[in-house]
Each structure stands twice: as structure tokens, then as C-alpha cells.
Design a protein. Structure first.
Length: 230
């Protein structure tokens, strides 16, 4: 059934059952998302549209923050619902949707034998781009350059996270997702992260989970709870 989305005083027609949703570029939408683990209902019928900006999921553990981010990233499947990334349905057009997003997971040790440079080159290849000057400059500002040729198993938690944060800059994704992005980072890298989130949020969606009020304030994020996404 065709619906209407109103944004900045303008009505946009949308087709939620089609593989492409006609909404504003750079927008993230979750549509009727539900997730259970056994008898435990984590969340139900979450429906929310995120325009470009920085949004922080700030609440206690076990409220569904990490699961929600993983569902949006396409890492785990919801029990019901769909996710739209830059107009593409994750359910119907997963390759196009995932090509328009970047994801920094809580656990950045998924590839222990891979080097940092190897991961960046892999992501660049997947997104049909290269390690350009902007990406390498971000790596430098994060203090990552001396560690790029180390394997992930040789890196500290913060260094692993820096690699994934740098990878998030590849391909100019419309949506950046991050689970605990400042965990393990040194003071300089935390400042760089806040600045980068603020820059990205000017024309993209930055959605992250964090217990770091300084980061939330520094990047100008809007704090919200999972249960409020209705």
C-alpha cells in the first residue's frame, strides 16, 4: 500500500512493499522490526525514520542496542520487519543496501590473522573504491599508520577499532553504524572520532551505541532509547 512521508513541509510518496523506497537520500528507516531470543522479547514493532544527523543509543545493557545495530547492518536477521538504507530494502536488495552502509561492531576481532591494511583493501574492493588520501588521512589522525601491517590478533582493542572506523570512511556510505565506537580509544583518537562523526552527520546518518557521554556531547548527537523508536 502506498503511503506518504512528510519531511520539511513536503509530502513524499513511498512504496514500503517495493524493493526500493522513494525517500530522501542518506536516510535510514527501520520498519516494524521485532526480535526475540527464546521467550525474551528484546523489542517489537520498531518503526522510525532517521534523517541525516548523529543519533546515540544511550541506555543500560540488555536493552537491544547491539542487536538493533547488527540487524540494521544485516549481520543478524530480525524476526519481523525490514530496514531501508538510502532507499534500498535490506530484505529485498541486500547487496545494494549493504553497499550504502558502514558498520563498526563491538567485537573487532572477527579476522585475527588479517592485517589492518588487508581489511581496508578488502572493504575498498567490495565498495569499488581505493584507499584515497582522505581515508589515509583519517588513519593518520587516529594514530593508526604504524599499526596497519599488524595482524588483528597483534593489535590492542583500541587499534582494532581504529581500523574499522577508518574503513567506515570508504565508499562514502549513507549510513554509519557503530557499537561502542570510543571503547579502547586514547584521548586523541576520541577527539578525532567526535569530529569525524560530526562531519559525517552533516549529510549522512550516524547511529551508534555508547556509554560515553563526552562523545555524545562532543559530536552533537541526539540521545534516544531503543524503546522510543516507534
Amino acid at each position: 500500500m502506498r503511503g506518504v512521508l512528510r519531511w520539511m513541509g513536503v509530502a513524499y510518496q513511498i512504496w514500503p512493499c517495493a524493493p526500493f523506497m522513494h525517500i530522501l537520500p542518506g536516510m535510514l528507516r527501520i520498519d516494524n522490526l521485532s526480535k526475540r531470543y527464546g521467550d525474551h522479547r528484546l523489542f517489537e514493532a520498531l518503526t522510525h525514520t532517521f534523517p541525516p544527523g548523529c543519533v546515540a543509543l544511550c541506555e543500560e545493557d540488555s536493552t537491544g542496542k547491539s542487536s538493533l545495530l547488527a540487524i540494521i547492518a544485516g549481520v543478524i536477521a530480525p524476526d519481523e520487519g525490514d530496514v531501508w538504507i538510502d532507499g534500498y530494502s535490506l530484505l529485498h536488495t541486500p547487496l545494494q543496501a549493504k553497499a550504502r552502509m558502514a558498520y563498526v561492531p563491538d567485537n573487532c576481532l572477527a579476522f585475527p590473522m588479517q592485517t589492518g591494511r588487508g581489511l581496508l583493501e578488502q572493504v575498498a574492493s567490495e565498495k569499488n573504491t581505493t584507499l584515497d588520501e582522505g581515508v589515509l588521512n583519517l588513519a593518520s589522525k587516529l594514530g593508526l599508520e604504524p599499526h596497519l601491517d599488524k595482524r588483528f590478533e597483534q593489535m590492542s582493542t583500541g587499534t582494532r577499532r581504529k581500523v574499522f572506523l577508518t574503513a567506515a570512511a570508504l565508499g562514502e556510505p549513507a549510513v554509519i553504524l557503530a557499537d561502542g565506537p570510543s571503547n579502547g580509544l586514547d584521548k586523541q583518537a576520541r577527539a578525532v572520532l567526535a569530529e569525524q562523526f560530526e562531519i559525517w552527520s552533516r549529510d549522512r546518518v550516524v547511529l551508534f551505541a555508547s556509554h560515553d557521554p563526552e562523545l555524545v556531547q562532543a559530536c552533537g548527537a541526539r540521545a534516544i532509547k531503543v524503546a522510543a523508536l516507534r
